[in-house]
Design a protein around this ligand. Sequence first.
Ligand code: NDP
Length: 456
Amino acid sequence: MSKPKSKSSPPELNPRTTKYEFLGPPGAFLISFGVPSLIYALYYGCSEESGGCPPPGLTLSSITSTLAALPTHASLLLSSSFWTATLPKVWSSIHDTNATLAYLAWYTFCVVAWAVLPGSQVSGTLIRDGTTKSYKINAFSTFLLALGLTTGVLFQQGPGGFTFLYEHWVGFVTASIGMSIVQAIGVYLWSFRDGALLAMGGNSGNTLYDWYIGRELNPSIWGFDIKTFNELRPGLILWVLVDISMICEQAVRRGGWAGVTDSMWLVALFQIGYVADGLFNEPAILTTMDITTDGFGFMLAVGDLAWVPFVYSLQARYLVFHPVELGPIATALIVAVNATGYWIFREANSSKNDFRNGKDTRGLAYLTTASGSKLITSGWWGRSRHPNYFGDLLMALAWSLPTGFDTPITYFYVTYFAVLLIHRQRRDDAHCEKKYGKDWETYKKMVPYRIIPYVY
Ligand code: NDP
């Protein structure tokens, strides 16, 4: 059933995936269930009622004993009356029609902006079927339009006019998760058409796994590339709008704009700057693993649409009901951490892009591999094999520090991000080892550190 029949995609172009990642189907099941659950858990944990801290009774031993007791409650869990009584209650606490409609309007706005705003066409990297895809570059203008419209609302109505996202947070979470599920099902089914080019890692034949990891490499409809669109627009720009909504909520609670704390401004400005930078450098995404290697499935959909806007903004959410005044010294130190991270991140990513697309080699030393690709061996890429991850991690730390040290929840992002990047670096290392063989071994000897120069 997964064998393409079309002449344009011969079977050898879509070989069967023989090696699972993320622990295979059980891992796919756990992550597909666990990620949405975690987004809700973080929302309830980072709320005014909980004070932004896990409930006092929630300890490791309480979780373990609850889990251990589950089998004794199995008969209850298996009874249909339990579910018919419980599910409607759960659904009514997480579903919100106004938020769903607003989310759909937002998603439609992003699609329409992609279609109508002018943008240059940029080619992606060479795909293994010998073609390249053309992408419309207008994410930054979509961002500016969204910011312009938001500013218009703020001028007209003041901060009180933009607190909707704070008030309807959980409803938006549900809407964005729903959108991810629907899209992942849609692209999975669509990938069985003739001629679809599948992701090398997404053609295992196991429905759950392929749906999760992404079966088709670049699903698109009439030139609209679903993967790059979701990566950069509806989730990433929504993250900025969520942050703005948190500033507004704090302003309303603290008597106007002047009451907004320095910590809130720092978090919001760092994160808005990070998003603006990503959108401004939109073509850089075309050489990332997500675009060149991974298929589009639930993993990317839920990450792009739900995880990014509603987990990455938790620090700002926390500061709404737990305002922190940093003062000039702490502010300056945190700005320095963020600036250092940004400098490394941007230097590393730009120098690799400029080097690879032949724009500017910057006099960097390199190793020419048997495949013809060149691996940079000096500058940041000579200090570690993923200096861009190091810069990103420093920035993540700078976004958590303004919240102080009263709660672990605002440090969830930097902790999770470290785990994600350590795992991602290992995935990329395995990919490069397969691609470059002995040359990669030579490169590893020249650049022994994985992420943090001279440390890891
Ligand atoms: P990278 O941009 O780091 O690209 C890795 C690829 O670069 C490798 O597969 C290889 O590809 C090539 N490469 C490796 N070493 C060298 C070298 N020495 N010289 C030249 N090319 C080399 O991958 P990512 O997509 O993981 O990261 C892009 C950015 O996105 C990073 O800054 C990362 O921190 C960020 N990111 C952010 C996330 C978030 O949630 N905020 C999530 C994930 C990433 P090739 O086959 O072409 O040689």
